[in-house]
Ligand binder design. Structure first.
Ligand code: BES
Ligand code: MN
Ligand code: ZN
Length: 480
């Protein structure tokens, strides 16, 4: 879909005209320009609240008019919900090209336009690769602001790059686990490296053994596809800051010998979302030529039961000398991430940001609209929280209290990977924190936000969300 900004209101070439109606704005302006809408809008007592909508077909002009409640003028959270609603209406009505006409004077913050573009794009998506009946998408939306105000029409092209990467990540996470194996992920990383001239190091069984990457080897032991540790680097000239991004890439999480029960396995093709997001951010950073060095690490394995499977009671020795007792083979994410975090920290970056669909408990705590942020660096967490507000990929800060450390200590090894008895998201964060040395570290638990069982208030499609790509691109853009 193409989104463009124009200054003149010329509805002729469009199937549909969308008119956002802001709260507290004077209807009289509308009615002068769109007299046909006055009567039905008054009868519906429209006030401009989010959720209100009026569809009206003009026979005379052969065009659909949509009057849509737009909430508070200039509010980004309202812009997200407005865009979601507009896109649902356009798709319901099988509209191909639309013009959205903002009559209210604003002021609109600079990011209002980006936010609209983001959520229009995000809601013009379905995963229908395996369906005979394909969905219809909106092809083009033109945004017109009556009073000049919302800046940055040129920014829309840059935004389209980010949104293309978000879409690629969503497709990759929605794709089936028969296709998306560690081999396929390695191939996807290799394709990006070729396309954008990035440096890629691919470690498979042989290199993992040589380098003591024993978490990946244990978790991946029973799969017919070897585990992998990928390191993809974007290193522009003159970059002053270096960031390492680490992603959990369990391409399917059956739980291992501690097999997942009942329905809990159904969505576990999405357990590689962290690694997919890392790939998307690297692509976006390269395509936007961001002035930061970014190293993306993906820890890839399939967690399956089988003859060679690792077992509860096993002890893994890590490359940094720490030992971990396996209490539960379903707590596999932290085991593969430990390897990747050791490698990331060895590169001495300015910071490490790690994303993982790590714990079911974070879904219980925060649901599907906030990811858990665990970070002991005030500066890093503040910057991430700011990027979250700006992008709409929301974070909620959780503690990493030293007082809880004793519950991750094992009787037979230095640490254990599970049986923590309460606060399991926090203790999983404490576990990861053991492998990052002195580098400022943020762990983002995206178990609730990466993949939706059903639509939420601003995403109308279930399945993969690409959560983290827009957040981290925003973070990298603002990095000083
Ligand atoms: N991949 C899961 C976490 C998860 C749960 C992601 C639900 C998305 C939705 C993770 O590997 C896992 O199985 N975690 C267990 C750990 C437990 C066995 C200590 C959990 O949180 O239940
Ligand atoms: Mn698991
Ligand atoms: Zn998992």
């Amino acid at each position: 879909m193409k989104i463009v900004k124009k200054s003149a209101f010329k509805p002729e070439k469009h199937d549909c005209v969308v008119i956002p109606m802001f709260k507290g704005t004077n209807g009289a302006d509308f009615w002068r320009e769109f007299p046909e809408l006055e009567f039905p809008a008054r009868r519906k007592k429209m006030k401009g609240e989010i959720g209100e909508a009026l569809a009206c077909h003009s026979l005379e002009r052969q065009r659909l008019y949509l009057l849509v409640g737009a909430g508070r003028p200039g509010s980004l959270p309202d812009a997200r919900r407005l865009a979601c609603r507009v896109m649902a209406l356009l798709r319901e009505n099988r509209v191909a090209t639309a013009l959205a006409y903002f009559t209210a004077p604003g002021p609109y913050p600079a990011s209002y336009l980006d936010t609209l573009a983001d959520y229009l794009h995000l809601n013009n998506y379905s995963f229908d690769r395996y369906k005979k009946k394909k969905s219809k998408f909106v092809e083009r939306i033109q945004l017109v602001f009556k009073q000049r105000g919302a800046q940055g029409g040129g920014e829309l092209r840059k935004r389209a790059v980010v949104l293309e990467e978000v879409q690629r990540v969503r497709d990759l996470v929605n794709e089936i686990p028969a296709t998306v194996t560690p081999d396929a992920m390695a191939e996807a990383f290799a394709a990006s490296a070729r396309q954008h001239g990035l440096k890629l190091a691919t470690w498979r069984r042989k290199e993992l053994e040589k380098n003591g990457m024993n978490g990946l080897l244990a978790v991946g032991a029973s799969s017919c596809c070897e585990p992998a540790l990928l390191t993809l680097r974007y290193a522009p000239q003159g970059a002053r800051r270096t960031v390492a991004l680490v992603g959990k890439g369990i391409t399917f999480d059956a739980g291992g010998l501690n097999l997942k029960p009942g329905n809990s396995m159904e969505e576990m093709k999405s357990d590689m979302a962290g690694a997919a997001v890392v790939l998307g951010v690297l692509n976006a950073a390269a395509r936007l030529a961001l002035p930061v060095q970014v190293t993306g690490l993906a820890a890839l394995a399939e967690n399956l039961p089988g003859r060679r499977a690792y077992k509860p009671g096993d002890v893994i020795t890590y490359a940094n000398g720490k030992t971990v007792e396996i209490a539960n083979t379903d707590a596999e994410g932290r085991l593969v991430l430990a390897d990747a975090l050791i490698m990331a920290a060895r590169g001495k970056p300015d910071m490490i940001i790690e994303l993982s669909t790590l714990t079911g408990a974070i879904v219980t705590a925060l649901g599907d609209s906030y990811a858990g942020l665990f970070c002991r660096s005030k500066k890093l967490s503040a910057a991430l929280l700011q990027a979250a507000e700006a992008s709409g990929e929301l974070l909620w800060e959780m503690p990493l209290p030293a007082e809880y450390r004793e519950s991750i200590v094992s009787k037979v090894a230095d640490l254990k990977n599970a049986n923590y008895q309460g606060a399991s998201s926090i203790k999983a964060g404490l576990f990861l924190n053991e492998f990052t040395g002195k580098v400022p570290f943020a762990h983002i638990d995206i178990a609730g936000t990466a993949f939706l069982g059903k639509p939420n208030f601003c995403l109308a499609h279930e399945g993969a969300t690409g959560f983290g790509v827009r957040l981290l691109v925003e973070f990298l853009k603002n990095l000083r």
